[in-house]
Design a protein around this ligand. Structure first.
Ligand SMILES: CCCCCCCCCCCCC/C=C/[C@@H](O)[C@H](CO)NC(=O)CCCCCCCCCCCCCCC
Ligand SMILES: Nc1ncnc2c1ncn2[C@@H]1O[C@H](COP(=O)(O)OP(=O)(O)OP(=O)(O)O)[C@@H](O)[C@H]1O
Ligand SMILES: [Ca+2]
Length: 506
């Protein structure tokens, strides 16, 4: 490597001294020859070089690289290096370009879908102003499609696209838009491999193409939980450097019919009701969730039914870290066999979190220790309790206190679960031996369900499946380990932000 090179002093914290600057090649976005001007823009600030120095080092090149900022934000930082010799300068630029082209995990061609109506309806502007210029600097070519209706992206991916032309699919929008991409790609992959999605026990084939998310939604919990922040520039940079993060996907079936896939939250009761109520208030934007959240908190609906879950996988006993979680005394050998745990009762919420579900409302999320890619989902069961106790549980999502350390909350790390609402359980009353709800009472419950104005608690809620309402309460869920890959790397440790000198390459 050429040795006569003088970096501009920059405000980058990684600078070890005024004459050395370390950047891992894997974090370089691009390099270009620049005018050796006495005024150089480094780190967004104009810096002046002395006349003498400019004369001694008349050649320059600029490296654009990742710079870490607070709270997991990434930014693109320009550092200009000055050389005495033009050939040396060119050699540097060529060497860096060669090193960059040897990075095979970086995408070159991307298919981008923009939802112009997600979140605060800023998707198009965010992409054009913040993301497209970065992709173009990184020499990534794009095919951009602005969606015209719901499920446009999903159906396009399912049937029309030649996926071989692309190294990744990017969505600009929220969790709902991401869900469209996931459904399109998984369905396409299964169809191409001859796998029948309607069979709940079928092993699904992993998708071969990575997905990027540019956050422009209302919750953006997938971005928050896999990158650490919902910031468009940060996500664009993770795509450019070619990060990979596998993700588990839950399949949801009703009898032997496929309903949906879920990657973040499957929530019955409270989160199902919040979503159902908030869909009618879409015009409010992201604040609709807070409005409906308060309303459903005050309504305090509870639902009866049975949850059966297992942490076994393909006939082998699961030996993961489920002992981290408190176990309950509901363990029973049920009709499913002794490996299944059956929990019956009245619930305020049944939540399956396949990732932490961290979001701006709850930076630690619904299940702070959930794994992104271990083939399990965290089943959180909140039994019927007083409003004040439920509020204690909710409030703990926003503080350091453990939201599971309450007598009416339990959590199990599972690979499969089924839920049957009470009104679907034909033999419930026989098993209870109470005769409490005979045919007359059942008819009454049906009338109540059909006429909510009577004021009693409704018989069933809806499932919130990653922000989409599911029409069936009775569902079977299985986790498919690492079915998809994201352009992300999981949440970086704080130490990465403090000291980067150890993996330098220049
Ligand atoms: C007192 C403050 C308590 C704050 C408790 C905050 C807990 C928040 C947990 C958020 C979990 C988000 C899970 C992500 C799910 C996504 O797949 C999905 C699609 O984007 N988003 C939603 O369904 C959107 C779901 C949005 C749910 C918002 C719930 C807001 C609850 C507010 C309750 C207030 C009670 C106040 C009583 C006076
Ligand atoms: N052109 C479009 N017109 C109407 N709806 C669309 C269009 N494109 C996509 N959608 C649908 O809009 C819904 C919401 O989009 P998105 O997830 O991007 O935003 P959000 O719901 O505000 O955010 P979040 O999911 O993070 O809460 C998705 O379910 C998606 O299917
Ligand atoms: Ca998981």
């Amino acid at each position: 490597m050429p040795d006569k090179i003088l970096p501009r002093e920059s405000a980058q914290p990684r600078t070890k001294s005024s004459s050395s600057y370390c950047v891992p090649v894997s974090e370089i976005i691009t390099v270009r020859e620049t005018e050796a001007d006495s005024r150089t823009k480094d780190n967004g600030r104009w810096q002046k070089m002395s006349q003498k120095a400019t004369e001694a080092y008349p050649y320059a090149f600029t490296v654009s690289c990742v710079k870490r900022a607070r709270q997991h934000h990434w930014r693109c930082n320009d550092v200009t290096f000055h050389c005495a010799d033009g050939t040396v300068c060119q050699q540097w630029v060529q060497t860096i370009r060669d090193q960059l082209s040897a990075l095979t995990r970086r995408p070159k061609h991307l298919l981008v879908y923009i939802n112009p109506y997600g979140g605060k309806q800023q998707g198009k502007r965010i992409y054009e102003e913040k993301v497209a210029p970065l992709f173009s600097r990184a020499s990534i070519s794009t095919n951009v499609i602005v969606t015209e209706h719901a499920n446009h992206a999903r159906d396009h991916l399912k049937t029309d696209v030649d996926l071989k032309k692309y190294d990744g699919v990017v969505c600009v929008g929220g969790d709902g838009m991401f869900s469209e991409i996931v459904h399109g790609l998984i369905s396409r992959t299964q169809r191409d491999s001859g796998v029948e999605q309607n069979h709940a026990e079928e092993k699904l084939v992993p998708c071969g193409i990575r997905i990027g998310i540019i956050p422009a939604g209302s919750t953006d919990c997938i971005c928050y939980a896999t990158v650490g922040i919902n910031d468009p520039v940060t996500s664009a940079l993770h795509i450019i450097v070619g990060d990979s993060q596998p993700l588990d996907v839950c399949s949801v079936h009703h009898n032997n019919t496929f309903l949906k896939y879920s990657v973040s939250l499957l929530g019955y009761g409270f989160y199902g009701d919040v979503l159902t109520d908030s869909e009618r208030k879409r015009w409010m934007g992201p604040v609709r969730y807070d409005f409906s959240g308060v309303k459903m908190f005050l309504t305090h609906n509870y639902y009866e039914g049975t949850v059966c879950s297992t942490c076994q996988h393909s006939g082998q006993l699961y030996s993961g870290d489920s002992q981290d979680f408190q176990m309950d005394d509901n363990i029973s050998s049920s009709e499913y066999g002794s490996d299944w745990r059956m929990i019956r009762g009245k619930f305020l919420a049944i939540n399956a979190a396949s990732m932490s579900c961290a979001c701006p409302r709850s930076p630690k999320g619904l299940s702070p220790a959930a794994h992104l890619a271990d083939g399990t989902t965290d089943l959180i069961i909140v039994r019927k309790c007083s409003r004040i106790n439920f509020l204690r549980h909710l409030l703990r999502h926003t503080s350091k206190d453990d939201q599971f350390d309450l007598s009416f909350v339990e959590v199990h790390r599972v690979r499969k679960f089924h839920f049957t609402p009470r009104y679907c359980e034909s033999d419930w009353d026989l098993r209870q031996g109470s005769g409490e709800a005979g045919p007359g009472k059942r008819l009454f419950r049906r009338i109540c369900r059909d006429h909510p104005a009577c004021g009693c608690t409704p018989a069933h809620s809806n499932w919130n499946c990653d922000g989409e309402i599911l029409p069936h309460a009775n569902i079977q869920v299985g986790v498919h380990c690492q079915l998809i890959q994201l352009f992300a790397r999981g949440i970086e440790e704080a130490s990465v932000f403090e000291d980067l000198g150890s993996h330098s390459a220049m």
